[in-house]
Design a protein around this ligand. Structure first.
Ligand code: DGL
Length: 274
């Protein structure tokens, strides 16, 4: 594989700041990689959009990431992974690997809790698609997957409204729902949710393992890039990370800087003409 191709950035996208949890895990496990992030804040929240709309956005963003020379595409959004993995793969073609955030977690569950009861929380779009139920059943039919849509959480997080009494009460009322009764482990099935992991752990207590999807996904990406000769082994990236937003929202600006803890150059890119 040419060193020129290996030095290209990894393209990552989400509807907002959630994908930064995946970007940060990639940065930790692959320090030599350069990241190109796209947050489709103009269309946030994806969880309330139709599958067709999400496919349309995901294909357009993928084309942008390919035009920027990305060597791999990461769909760092569960809702987009649920509805648009196939179209994104078709758009990327054979040369550029595509990673979603659901398959690595489904494999991890099937291997770690082969006869367990697993809870999944996510957006309305993700839960209605039953993508986790199907992905886990494909790997191991013994695992019971219980799921619950938690649509207030992503907007709350995108706004930076968490770590307070009200956010804790909202999280508690969702997690005590009967759909999740008896779970041994919980999947944070939306890339925004790792930002409220501490509150979730406080509510579910030590009996329930709260999975860390970004770390699981980053490990799969690392292995995938290695297998294809695309992993950059250097300890320092070949250039600065870039962050694009379809709408420069104040909430993204403040939450992203607080979360990513690194200097971030944010640029607005209006992709859709209305
Ligand atoms: N981060 C997105 C996900 O993982 C969801 C947030 C949204 O509704 O846009 O599903």
């Amino acid at each position: 594989m040419s060193s020129h191709r290996i030095a290209r950035p990894i393209g990552i996208f989400d509807s907002g700041i959630g994908g930064l949890t995946v970007a940060a895990a990639i940065r930790r496990s692959m320090p030599g990689e350069r990241l190109l992030y796209f947050g489709d804040t103009e269309h946030f929240p994806y969880g309330e959009r139709s599958p067709d709309a999400i496919r349309h956005y995901a294909i357009r963003i993928t084309n942008f990431l390919l035009d920027q020379g990305c060597k791999a595409i990461v769909i760092a959004c569960n809702t987009a992974s649920a509805h648009a993995s196939g179209p994104v793969e078709l758009t990327a073609g054979d040369q550029v690997p595509v990673f979603n955030v659901i398959d690595p977690v489904a494999t991890h569950i099937a291997e770690t809790w082969p006869t367990g009861t697993i809870g999944v929380i996510g957006t309305k779009g993700t839960i209605a698609s039953r993508v986790y139920v199907k992905a886990v059943a494909k790997r191991n039919k013994q695992v019971k997957v219980r799921s619950l849509a938690t649509p207030l959480l992503a907007p709350m997080i995108e706004e930076g409204f968490y770590n307070n009494n009200i956010s804790l009460a909202v999280i508690r009322s969702y997690l005590e729902h009967r759909n999740l009764a008896g779970m041994e482990a919980l999947v944070l099935g939306c890339t925004h949710y790792p930002l409220i992991r501490d509150e979730v752990e406080k509510v579910v207590g030590s009996r329930v393992s709260v999975l860390d999807p970004p770390t699981i996904v980053a490990a799969t990406i690392k292995q995938g890039l290695k297998d294809q000769g695309l992993l950059r082994r250097s300890r320092t990236p070949a250039g600065a990370d870039k962050f694009f937003l379809s709408d420069m929202t104040d909430s993204f600006k403040s939450s992203a800087k607080r979360f990513f803890r690194k200097p971030m150059q944010l640029r607005e890119l209006r992709m859709w003409d209305h």
